[in-house]
Design a protein around this ligand. Sequence first.
Ligand SMILES: [Zn+2]
Length: 315
Amino acid sequence: MMKMNVIGLDIGGTIIKIGIIRSGEIIAETTIDAISGKGLKGRLPAIEQAVNALLGEQNIPKRDLSGIGISSPGIIDPYKARLITVYNKFEDAAQLDLRAWAKEKWGIPLSMNNDARSACIGEWQYGAGKGCDNMVMVTLGTGFGSSAIIEGRILHGKHFRGGILGGHIIANAEGFQCNCGNIGCVEAHSSTWNLEAIAKNIDGFENSGLAHKLPLDFRIIFEEAAAGNKIAIKIRNYCMDYWAVGIANLIYAYDPERVVIGGGVMKSADVIIPYIQKKLKGFGWIDFDEIDIVKAKYPNSAALLSAEYLINNPV
Ligand SMILES: [Zn+2]
């Protein structure tokens, strides 16, 4: 049997997804708690155990594994498979030699990339971006994640920040303070983490029923807006305007043929996609009819799926 199975790890702040990928499909999958405050090193034995349990269930011997691909938040050097900058979560991850760990446990190579980039690779290879040589992916909701494929290659950049800082494009020089320290980043004006400040800035919010529904999230905003709540519609449209601005800037930067949009908010894709398309048509320089704006195909598993590509196409 060929070495055709890849282990995928998608490290999140609250859960770690673990999967076995073969020929573009996740054939087995499980999750464990991240317990990220306690460091990644302490979770490695649990990850190892979960991987081995999946391999056992599928009767896959170590010799049929071709590698392990990891998706993680933070700035990652894909050549060394090392985290360079990580915010808050898994503070010890930058010190870990995960390649040595993979070699010791399974005798296989390990690749690693940023989670926004991994989701983009998954959609590019297997999902809504299939067949594109030039694509941008954004993940909306909790933040504004972004990544780009240019001329058939994953954009990394000199310092591995290429394409992934779209949420921190400055869209309003006098806007809200972002969690990165800058003023007026796209995601400071359109993300769950700052939704309360965004809402409080909307005229009429304080006296509206929504003011009693804190903390707000996009599910509440989109539901209330769909029911005709005028304040919710204002908040929703305010955020969608910033999503459109962020996407327009990414289009200017990378000239894609397709923009894939992911994130939990895409349950409301029927509202979001036409709104953004219409908004983009109002911006200059590009005929936006030439660019497809589509919903992600694998919103929950694209990052895991990317593991196979990362192993078969090492940087
Ligand atoms: Zn920022």
